[in-house]
Ligand binder design. Structure first.
Ligand SMILES: [Zn+2]
Length: 145
């Protein structure tokens, strides 16, 4: 029976209306990393606490993926007929930079654009299950959602 699953349950609180990405904050030096590391990459400390990341941030930098990435991990349409270029951004969530795809027209993405974390179905696995991953969605000017 096909189902819906999240690509990696350790990186977010999905499912839920207000799902958040989960990072790790070092108990020693407070550096936040995403995904949560086993040990702190900054100070080498072993005590890292799970933290929910801010769901809203700004584009720090980005590039446009002009051809299908290797699958897996890529989930989307990969044939030349169905693939569409998309933006991949490093988004500044305040405490940490998170890399992810940006939904919508890649030519409209700009550095410093406000974006929010969303959890769309990005593809299907070999068993026909819908696979949900995280992505960033531009926040329209004047939107207060
Ligand atoms: Zn540390």
């Amino acid at each position: 029976m096909p189902d819906t699953r999240f690509i990696d349950p350790s990186i977010a609180t999905w499912p839920g209306e207000a799902a958040r990405l989960l990072g790790g904050r070092c108990d020693g030096c407070a550096v936040v990393t995403f995904p949560a590391p086993k040990g702190c990459p900054a100070c080498g400390g072993g005590d890292v606490s799970q933290v929910e990341l801010d769901p809203v941030g700004t584009v720090w930098t980005y590039t446009v993926q002009g051809f299908p990435p290797p699958a897996p991990p890529y989930l989307g349409p990969a044939s030349p007929d169905t693939f569409r270029p998309f933006a991949v951004a490093y988004v500044d969530l305040g405490s940490v930079l998170v890399e992810g795809p940006v939904l919508g027209d890649p030519s409209s993405v700009r550095i410093d654009d406000p974006v929010r974390v969303v959890f769309p179905v990005l593809g299907q696995d070999q068993d026909g299950n819908d696979v949900v991953a995280f992505a960033f969605e531009p926040i329209e000017e004047g939107s207060h959602a």
